[in-house]
Design a protein around this ligand. Structure first.
Ligand code: EPU
Length: 423
């Protein structure tokens, strides 16, 4: 198992290039199950979750190869397979994204139930509700969701649960609806950029989708979809994490391959904290901070609000702000695993239900800490960049799930960060 050693206090400078979006790439790869012929997917990040999805596709009879230029090529070879096994699904919840395509294209699916998750309860009732409305018969057997869909028929579906819509739920229903007979309307659809990217990919494959980017997706089913070429959008959460790296170290950096229009909720709050973000090119921006960090109150919200996937990283920054901040987690009320670890580094954060109250401190001090999930790990790396002395972050396999070579990118910016084998 690898760990990171981060020695804080270095100013960052220079440029960082953002990789393709993990959460866009995963459903896009799943959607290739729907296609006749070959797909070429560009800008797919080289991450553990992507490798897991590639393995799942292979289990499902799809030939998947990573070319020397980084492109991923897929082509369905054997449609008789329909099981996504527990051994793979347990490591990545996004595996559930193969359910909709399997039901639509192969009329049958057997996908392991994902199981526990450290960021909180993550049910799949909305996925089930939508797919059942289209005509699938779903049952749970021996830890698997087992589905049959002799015929899928378009319907009007309202996708609302206790916490609003669902990102991967929307993608599952959208993918299934592309091959359903007639028209499907998904009301209250999630409209995250990753959902939009999937919809654009499906449209290139021949799907008929209206309302992309809105909460109302209208899909007119077609008989078949064909392989296509697509470039995945830049990862807005990785870009946001580098914005926070600039904020916490008070450094000026340039971020390339970044779609600022996907980051408006993050930019709004980061400016309040005292950070300047200037667009310098079509997909390039400059980040710098010339004043003390100011406290802010935020709530995580569906897009375009402040994303839950940036909550931990902003909290690391706010731990050094000049005053008290309140963070309300509205998507995953238990997503606060990083609080205890940030406190080990000297932060003053109190968790009260879905709220965290952060009393800014003057300095953080390096210590051994444990990464618990992807975004929590990123928060610990950020805190380490600003802390006095060395922060040892164990279990960095969590961060490898979603950040492509984060230590190399930070090192190039001047950070003192090393990956070492934990013996
Ligand atoms: N929910 C339900 N029922 C469902 C599905 C979701 O009640 O059937 C609830 C969840 O419990 C949660 C809320 O709805 O409270 C939103 O969950 P959603 O389904 O939107 O999350 P997801 O699709 O499982 C994706 C991202 C997550 C990100 C969330 C929220 C992917 C692969 N994952 O998960 O990303 O946090 O949307 O934006 O797209 C990450 O990258 O670190 C990550 C966890």
């Amino acid at each position: 198992m690898d760990k990171f050693l981060v020695t804080g206090g270095q100013k960052l400078s220079g440029e960082v290039t953002i990789s393709g979006s993990k959460n866009a790439a995963l459903p896009i790869l799943a959607a290739t199950i729907l296609a006749e012929g070959k797909n070429v997917i560009k800008s797919v990040p080289d991450l553990r979750d992507v490798t897991t999805m590639m393995q799942i596709l292979r289990e499902l009879g799809v030939k998947v190869t990573r070319q020397s230029n980084g492109d991923i090529e897929t082509e369905v070879q054997d449609e008789s397979k329909s099981t996504a096994p527990y051994e793979l699904v347990k490591t990545m919840r996004a595996s559930i994204c193969v359910l909709g395509p399997l039901l639509a294209k192969r009329k049958t699916a057997r996908v392991s139930l994902p199981g526990g998750c450290v960021i909180g309860v993550r049910p799949i009732d909305l996925h089930r509700k939508g797919l059942t409305a289209l005509g699938a018969e779903l049952a749970e057997e021996h830890g698997y969701i087992v589905g049959k869909a002799a015929k899928l028929t378009g319907r009007e579906i309202f996708l609302g649960g206790a916490f609003g819509s669902s990102v991967t739920g929307t993608t599952n229903i959208l993918m299934a609806a592309t091959l359903a007979e007639g028209q499907t309307i998904i009301e209250n659809a999630a409209c995250e950029p990753e959902v939009q990217d999937l919809a654009n990919f499906l449209a290139k494959m021949g799907a008929k989708i209206n309302g992309i980017g809105t909460h109302r997706l209208i899909i007119d089913g077609v008989k078949s979809l064909k392989g296509t070429t697509h470039t995945v959008i830049p990862d807005r959460i990785e870009a946001g994490t580098f914005i926070m790296a600039s904020a916490i170290t008070g450094s000026q950096i340039t971020i390339k391959n970044c779609r600022l229009e996907h980051l408006s909720g993050v930019i709004d709050k980061t400016k309040e904290v005292g950070v300047s973000i200037v667009k310098t090119g079509e997909h390039t921006c400059q980040i710098y901070r010339t004043q003390d960090l100011k406290p802010v109150d935020i709530s995580t919200l569906p897009y375009p609000g402040f994303p839950t996937d940036m909550q931990a990283q902003l909290m690391a920054v706010l731990s050094l702000a000049n005053g008290i901040s309140v963070v309300t987690e509205k998507i995953y009320p238990d997503r606060f695993m990083h609080v205890a670890e940030l406190n080990r580094l000297g932060a003053h954060i109190r968790k009260e239900g879905p709220y965290a109250i952060i009393s800014g401190v003057k300095k953080l001090s390096g210590a051994p800490v444990m990464a618990s999930d992807l975004r929590a790990s990123a928060a610990l790396v950020l805190a380490g960049l600003a802390a006095e002395g060395t922060t040892e972050i164990q279990r960095v396999y969590h961060i490898d799930r979603g950040y492509e070579q984060i230590e190399k990118k930070l090192k190039k910016l001047g950070a003192d960060i090393k990956r070492v084998k934990d013996v």
